[in-house]
Design a protein around this ligand. Structure first.
Ligand code: ZN
Length: 274
């Protein structure tokens, strides 16, 4: 009888624990380097209107404290910076300092030479897609944000965010996201709730999906084999948005996940369990 009782009470707890462990959530971590994020505690009564370089910053509770989460561009120089809130009566400033970070160089061989040196006839498409991606990355909606992310696919992360990239011997822009090795067809889950603000088959990124999580926090998934959402769809945390693939400029199947904050790409690892 006693055994039955303990099982009856223990079992639901164990199942819940198992579910949470499988979907480990994390709060974002601060990293005061280019490509990182600054997390700045705010007074409860003064949390509105903060901007960084004229872009609104994300406000969320971190360990119960209202905080500004500031995306730090990869090309930011070490030094002192601030966020600023202006209203009719005053200007409030919060300072933080950025230290240097050296990112390593990665040499990659791409078999499809056209993905490294596109034909002149590709340029119109590439420029149009670049403009669309810039709009998507700067999408802003004021809703409250769930910053406790889950991992979009379980796999081996290469931790290659920020690396300088040399494709077939030619320097290209630094790596703007995280690559996670996974088999083609592996479901890609939305790491938090949001709305689909861009998707399509792009020259370099292959099949991609942009999800606006709110307040300038944007996920971009690239190289998908399949897209399972439509433009404008509302997605829940953990919902399948597509499948891992090898479309676009790749060496093999993997998920590329970029995470934007106040219009700049940051290291997605800072939003995942350590
Ligand atoms: Zn990548």
């Amino acid at each position: 009888m006693a055994k039955d009782l303990s099982l009856r009470f223990l079992l639901p707890g164990l199942i819940l624990f198992g579910l949470l462990a499988a979907q480990a959530q994390a709060q974002p971590r601060q990293s005061l380097v280019p490509g990182g994020i600054a997390i700045i505690s705010l007074e409860q009564e003064n949390t509105t209107n903060y901007r960084f370089r004229d872009k609104p910053v994300l406000i969320a509770k971190i360990d119960g404290v209202p905080s500004a989460l500031v995306g730090l561009p990869l090309n930011l120089r070490p030094g002192e910076y601030f966020i600023e809130a202006r209203d009719s009566s005053q200007v409030r400033k919060k300072f933080f300092s950025i230290r240097d970070k050296k990112y390593s160089t990665q040499h990659i061989t791409i078999t499809d030479e056209r993905k490294v040196n596109p034909y002149a006839s590709d340029m119109e498409r590439i420029l149009a897609e670049k403009a669309r991606q810039q709009v998507a990355r700067n999408h802003y909606s004021p809703a409250a944000v769930d910053v406790d992310f889950i991992t979009p696919v379980s796999g081996v992360s290469t931790g290659s965010f920020g690396r300088r990239r040399v494709f077939n011997g030619q320097q290209r822009r630094p790596h703007s996201g995280m690559d996670i090795a996974a088999d083609t067809g592996t479901p890609v889950l939305s790491p938090s709730a949001g709305r689909v603000v861009e998707l399509g088959d792009f020259f370099f990124s292959g099949n991609l999906v942009y999800i606006d999580h709110g307040q300038g926090l944007i996920s971009m998934f690239a190289h998908l084999s399949e897209i399972d959402v439509k433009l404008g769809d509302r997605v829940e945390k953990g919902q399948i948005v597509g499948k891992v693939g090898a479309t676009g400029r790749v060496t093999g199947p993997h998920l590329h996940w970029s995470l934007g904050l106040n219009g700049t790409w940051i290291d997605p690892a800072l939003f995942l369990p350590d």
